[in-house]
Design a protein around this ligand. Structure first.
Ligand code: SAH
Ligand code: SF4
Length: 369
């Protein structure tokens, strides 16, 4: 019995070229296959007319495009967010979110089905760990969003009225490509380090989707060995670290893995990262009313991060079934921000989007099969 076809999206370009040469074909065919998929969005073997039939037949037998079936698609009433429930080949489900704000399109991508870290206010944490995603399953989420963008006109680019001189006007609306990704969907990316790094390498390939390193943000709960590895390997994308508590005790009550990687060890790792990479860290702080949003908490954050090359992203709590805290209101959030500014710390208050469809930060969860 022959083995199941491998997932095309698990391969780097170099691996694809090596594969083709093992099959006895010149690298040029594999390179053309790569560009069909990543530059033209074509996955239909019959449409790859530049490729010799023998190569196509071999590739079709050996490789499958492991694209996820869409089990559900939910647009948010805010018009800026769209959530996709995607089905993996083993029937497990994950969520991917397309966000359009501040003039750019960003895909929020999952790195695992479920999550083992158990943060109390996070729906993914509440569902527990199901399994790691493969590199191809991570890449395919980006390709899913890219395909959506290719086939739909941007909302602010509704068909223009006919121009007097329309001879050079394209009959088609201009389509966007995916340019930004955040690894802030389901799962803890540094708990699935190798697969996530390979997926990022594939998405960054300059002859493929060519995502810029500065357009990629990875968010971690604070997996210390992973942060040190990112620093040692000089990975060039942005890093966000979920903080939520400025003392060990406060943080451990919200983020249980703080017991494994205590706050002082996390801060040491972050300082190492900043020094090695010469790049700031974004700290995420979920604002929970009466819990970690008081002026005392803000001063504690200020003291903890003062002098670091850091920016704080404040995220008013999004509702989840398993946690009954309330989000901080606008005024208290502004006050928190003003205190951070006194310590020289820039911060932003995350816009609340997609809450009605549970596509906001920490709301992603699916029924465990
Ligand atoms: N596992 C990674 C990335 C996914 S979560 C991490 O924890 O960093 C992305 C961000 O959403 C994290 O900062 C997380 O703490 C935050 N978050 C989780 N649940 C939330 C909720 N209910 N409301 C607001 N933010 C939440
Ligand atoms: Fe996992 Fe991040 Fe949710 Fe914590 S906040 S449970 S690390 S996905």
């Amino acid at each position: 019995m022959s083995a199941a076809p491998a997932n095309f999206y698990d391969h780097t370009r170099a691996e694809l070229l090596a594969l083709a040469s093992r099959w006895g074909f010149p690298p040029v065919h594999a390179a053309r296959l790569w560009s069909y998929v990543y530059l033209e969005g074509i996955e239909d073997w019959a449409a790859m007319s530049d490729l010799p039939a023998r190569f196509r037949a071999k590739a079709e037998g050996e490789l499958a495009f492991g694209r996820h079936a869409t089990a559900a698609e939910t647009p948010s009433s805010d018009g800026f967010t769209r959530k996709y429930l995607l089905e993996l080949t083993d029937g497990r489900r994950i969520e991917t979110v397309l966000m359009r704000y501040t003039g750019r399109v960003t895909a929020c991508i999952s790195s695992q089905a479920g999550c083992a870290m158990g943060c109390v206010f996070c729906a993914t944490g509440q569902m527990g760990f199901v399994r790691h995603l493969t590199p191809g399953e991570i890449v395919a989420q980006a390709m899913h969003v890219d395909a959506v963008l290719r086939t739909t006109a941007a909302p602010d680019e509704a068909p223009a009225p006919a121009l007097a001189d329309s001879t050079h006007a394209s009959p088609h609306a201009r389509h966007e490509r995916l340019r930004n990704i955040v690894l802030m969907g389901m799962g803890e990316p540094l708990h699935n380090y190798d697969a996530v790094m390979k997926a990022i390498d594939i998405l960054r390939d300059p002859t493929g989707l060519a995502l810029g390193a500065k357009k990629i943000t990875l968010s971690t709960v604070g997996v210390v060995p992973g942060i040190l590895r990112l620093a040692a390997e000089q990975r060039p994308f942005h890093l966000a670290v979920s903080l939520h508590g400025a003392t060990q005790e406060e943080r451990a009550a919200l983020v249980p893995v703080a017991k494994k990687w205590p706050l002082d060890e996390l801060m040491d790792a972050c300082r190492t990262y900043i020094a090695k990479q010469q790049r700031r860290i974004f700290y995420e702080w979920t604002l929970i009313e009466g819990k970690n949003d008081t002026p005392e908490s803000a001063h504690a954050v200020g003291r903890l991060l003062q002098g670091q090359l850091a920016q704080v992203n404040l995220i008013p709590l999004n509702p989840t079934a398993g946690y009954d805290g309330a989000p901080t209101g606008r005024d208290a959030a502004k006050k928190f921000q003003a205190i951070l500014a006194d310590y020289g710390l820039p911060s932003t208050i995350r816009q609340r989007r997609g809450i009605d469809i549970a596509a906001g930060c920490g709301q992603l969860a699916v029924a465990k099969k």
